[in-house]
Ligand binder design. Structure first.
Ligand SMILES: Cc1ncc(C[n+]2csc(CCOP(=O)(O)OP(=O)(O)O)c2C)c(N)n1
Ligand SMILES: [Mg+2]
Length: 480
């Protein structure tokens, strides 16, 4: 793709044109990857008759000639498939015996398998404590928020139980400039990046301090400061955004990548495939982190797909892919660090499939015991847990003990409840915020709607108690 043609240029928005002017051929900056791609084009045996063909170059915007020689033992298709001819009629099958491996660094007792992982744990005590504390904070916050939904104090909640290791382990390996597009079960990413307890609570209570101006359901967090785009629970919509963001980072020449999180259920959406394909062909520095937790609400994975999980799809799209034990925070950390390095230095996407188990109900709207046995959940809890594993790792190094753990948990509980109470008491945003940020100033229709609402409130004062909203009744009509 080139931005230099007059027609293309006229179709591009002004901001892109200025980028195009700076980088007349953006891929020229990735010359080394284009050269590497050229080296991968299959070669034909010498000395046979040549039939000229062309093949795309994986996003560099030009095509290269491929030489097809008579008598060749293979066909070089324009798709650059280096496929040998065969007389054997054979359908290739997916083989469960040869599933992609799952990478691990430590076992369920917190013991490191070997020290060849390149992680200098002795110098990582502070980071480990931060990771552990983030995971524990998420799990205590989850218990409090789940109960508060049951008490009718918030409308909805999604807990992270069993998957804290994926969110926190990966967040610890990312850079501040990396931009995040999450699904909804990744509170640990925000926690590790420094989202305040007050920010979590203000969002869940949709009060006037919420960054989203109280317009969204609980757990739809956002943070411009932390490069964390708003949660959109419309499944998989975040994935093409992340491919596009990766492409923008590439054009701007930034030392950063886009990172997106999603469940294995979301990977059944068309957006997943579009996002992976465009990221692969355009060479977008985007990390696709799949949380495979065994369920898409009530649908178990075995009813969702037949192939080798989500990882095999990455390979199909020509994307570097790895499967990792999501309960092993160090394994997640290590693969994310390596993946980030690949994405930025080689300007291409990477897919990580992190295996875990959704210990909780899907959300507060779900009762998972209607479709899975209690004993299955209890077995998982007993067998493995990312928080316990990291704690055992710290205890083995004499970095942590029972007293410290109790103190931490007591303090965190106090801090969360303090933020909870403050957020619950805080006023809701002015009602006029409902109409803001759609047009620069409210349209004629919007003004009529505001006037209508105010009129209805006046006529039925017993039905509308707007005292809890900022500026009360006077906040219905926008002052802008
Ligand atoms: C486009 C769309 N279709 C359906 C839903 C309803 N829905 C919400 S969550 C969910 C399951 C998602 O499963 P998964 O991606 O595995 O994430 P998990 O909840 O397991 O973390 C479904 C079907 C939705 N939010 N958006
Ligand atoms: Mg799932």
């Amino acid at each position: 793709m080139s931005f230099s043609g007059p027609l293309r240029r006229s179709l591009l928005p002004r901001s892109y044109r200025s980028i195009a002017a700076r980088y007349p051929c953006p891929k020229r900056r990735c010359l080394s990857s284009a050269v590497n791609a050229a080296a991968e084009v299959p070669r034909e045996p010498e000395g046979t008759k040549e039939v000229p063909m062309t093949v795309g170059d994986g996003g560099a915007g030009t095509s290269r000639p491929v030489k097809q020689r008579a008598g060749s033992d293979r066909l070089v298709f324009p798709g650059a498939v280096n496929s040998k001819f065969t007389n054997r009629l054979h359908f290739r099958k997916s083989d469960p015996e040869k599933a992609i491996d799952t990478y691990r660094v430590m076992d369920t007792e917190g013991k490191i398998f070997d020290e060849t992982h390149g992680l200098d744990f002795d110098s990582m005590k502070e980071q480990t404590l931060k990771m552990y504390s983030s995971m524990v904070t998420v799990s205590i916050m989850d218990q409090i928020m789940f109960d508060s939904q049951r008490q009718g104090r918030i409308s909805f909640y999604i807990v992270n139980a069993g998957e804290e290791g994926i969110a926190v382990g990966s967040a610890a390996a990312l850079g501040e400039q990396d931009v995040i597009y999450a699904q909804y079960r990744e509170a640990g990413v925000l926690m590790y990046r420094g989202y305040g307890l007050d920010e979590f609570m203000n969002q869940c209570f949709a009060n006037r301090k919420d960054h989203g101006k109280g317009r969204n359901m609980p757990i739809h967090y956002t943070s411009k400061r932390l490069n964390f785009h708003p949660i959109s629970s419309t499944l998989a919509t975040q994935l093409p955004h992340a491919s596009g963001a990766g492409y923008a980072l590439k054009l701007e020449g930034k030392e950063a990548c886009a990172v997106t999180y999603f469940g294995e259920g979301a990977a059944s959406e068309g957006d997943f495939h579009a996002a992976l394909n465009i990221a692969a062909t355009r060479g977008c520095p985007t990390l696709f982190i799949c949380r495979n937790n065994g369920y898409a609400i009530s649908t178990p994975t075995l009813d969702q797909y037949k192939g080798d999980g989500i990882a095999s799809r990455g390979v199909g799209y020509g994307i570097d892919t790895i499967r990792v034990d999501g309960n092993d925070a160090w394994a997640v950390y290590k693969v994310t660090k390596e993946a980030r390095e690949i994405a930025i230095s080689q300007q291409k996407p990477v897919l990580i499939e992190a295996m875990s188990y959704r210990v909780s109900h899907h959300s507060t709207s779900d009762d998972s015991f209607a479709y899975r046995a209690r004993v299955e959940v209890e077995d998982w809890k007993r067998r493995d847990n990312p928080i316990t594993r990291l704690r055992k790792f710290m205890e083995l190094r004499n970095w942590w003990d029972q007293d410290q753990d109790s103190q931490l948990r007591t303090q965190l509980r106090k801090d969360i409840l303090k933020a909870f109470n403050a957020a619950e008491r805080e006023k809701k945003p002015a009602i006029s915020k409902l109409w803001e940020d759609i047009y620069d100033t409210p349209s004629k229709d919007q003004r009529e709607q505001m006037a209508d609402l105010k009129d209805v409130m006046h006529r039925y004062p017993d039905e509308y108690d707007v005292g809890m909203y900022e500026a009360g009744e006077n906040g219905v009509v926008s002052r802008r």
